[in-house]
Write a protein of this length. Structure first.
Lengths: 234, 206
């Protein structure tokens, strides 16, 4: 006798892709691989201006944990091992079951990096980072990236901010607006939309615009130095 | 055998981050499965695009793969699932189930076997009604389990909920389908068990 599960299974069509369908998909992937391969070869050093003062002050107590979290293969491939003792937790933001944690650290070749680590129920999903020479200066920097997770694409916007920056406002192309007040020199927005294009504005205490930038997630992933996720930087 | 057939998906994806050609075995291993998954939900024509797009998206988001998992399949299911959702949102279409019986019906109509075709149509309609009456989360859990043969733990990963929630969803979905089919009167035996379905004549070759 069949039960309802047998009936449901019984009616499932066993679609097998035709040779033409497989060839179509293979060609499409080959084109994407050519573009992605070229894009990755052109990947520049990520130019993220960091304000490292607060980085080295805050959170050194959990530096050991941070070192353990940073995926080493990418770092080694780029020849930029982190300098022991410099990673510092800066701030964290939780949304749903996910937690985004920002760390700052220096690497051996003199770059200063900001890295955001995404965890789901204490399990590492991935991280996004940007590094730039310590001598670089800017009022704020910005990164847009994200991770494909089981509930969907999880996007994060973050960056460094100088003391002059009191608020950072991110506006998506579909008009959604988010505002964050930097903590420990880091601003971070976890949007409820995965809009690809964002306008980011840094504001001073009077609400005046200090600087702004338009950044796109996904169109140019090669511009992002990361150990997980995808996106672009400004 | 494809290149790297003895290498786990996670290792291939890690290598693909530095050499995208390493992604090819992932496509060769899983394209048919992802195509089947999408075709059953949105039909073979649209599945051609969505399944191929799944691998393009995966390629550009290699870093989003959680390397703690050996198999890339749940990750690919997740991408395909989102693409299907986006497609359904943009097209504002109701989920269409592509059943074996519907596919078979078209063949039988072509061959003039109209009696079987009518019978098959009734079965297909009842099943589709039952499945469409479920909430999206319960329907998805049930079909991932029944159609895609995924263990409940993997369904849980794809849906982003605890395994206990998936067990509950599948159990409730089965109960609702059973009740729906019972109300339809076509598949309910007086002895409170389902009548045995005739084995399908698999003339469409899968």
């Amino acid at each position: 006798m069949a039960d309802e599960l047998d009936i449901i299974r019984h009616v499932a069509a066993d679609f097998t892709p035709s040779d033409e369908t497989v060839a179509f998909a293979r060609d499409r992937l080959a084109e994407a691989m050519a573009a992605e391969g070229a894009s990755r070869r052109r990947r520049p050093t990520f130019r993220l201006a960091l304000i490292l003062g607060p980085v080295l002050i805050a959170g050194s107590a959990i530096a050991t944990i941070a070192l353990g979290w940073f995926p080493n293969p990418v770092r080694q491939a780029e020849g930029t091992r982190s300098v022991v003792g410099t990673p510092a937790f800066l701030r964290g933001v939780s949304a749903d079951a996910f937690t985004w944690s920002a760390y700052g650290y220096q690497v051996e070749n003199g770059l200063s990096c900001l890295e955001v680590v995404l965890t789901e129920a204490a399990e590492l999903v991935g991280s996004i980072r940007g590094c730039d020479p310590a001598s670089a200066s800017s009022e704020f920097s910005y990164v847009v990236g994200g991770f494909e997770t089981t509930p969907g694409y999880k996007q994060v916007l973050f960056g460094a901010a100088s003391e002059a920056v009191v608020a950072v406002r991110a506006t998506s192309e579909d008009g959604q607006e988010y505002e964050d007040r930097p903590q420990s020199g880091v601003w971070m927005v976890i949007p409820n939309t995965s809009s690809t294009t964002w306008t980011i504005r840094a504001l001073d205490a009077s609400g005046a615009l200090i600087a702004s930038a338009k950044v796109t997630d996904g169109d140019n992933p090669s511009a992002l130095s990361r150990s997980g996720g995808g996106g672009t930087h400004g | 055998m494809t290149e790297g057939s003895d290498i786990k998906d996670a290792e291939l994806i890690e290598r693909a981050r530095f050499d995208v050609s390493r992604f090819t075995p992932i496509f060769e291993r899983h394209f048919s499965t992802i195509y089947r998954f999408t075709a059953r939900r949105i039909g073979p024509e649209l599945a051609k695009d969505v399944a191929s797009e799944t691998f393009v998206v995966a390629l550009t988001r290699l870093e989003s793969f959680n390397s703690r998992h050996d198999s890339a399949l749940p990750w690919l299911y997740g991408i395909a699932r989102n693409l299907i959702r986006n497609h359904q949102r943009s097209e504002r279409r109701k989920l269409q189930f592509m059943s074996r019986l519907r596919a078979q019906q078209s063949i039988e109509e072509d061959t003039g076997d109209s009696e079987d075709a009518v019978s098959n149509d009734a079965v297909t309609g009842a099943i589709e009604q039952a499945l469409n009456s479920l909430s999206p989360s319960k329907r998805e859990a049930l079909l991932l389990f029944a159609w895609d043969d995924l263990p409940q733990a993997e369904v849980a990963r794809i849906q982003g909920v605890p395994a206990a929630t998936v067990r509950s969803r599948i159990s409730r979905a089965r109960k609702e389908v059973r009740e729906h089919l019972a109300r339809s009167g076509q598949y309910w035996d007086e002895s409170s068990d389902f009548v045995k379905l005739e084995e399908p004549t698999d003339r469409h070759g899968g």
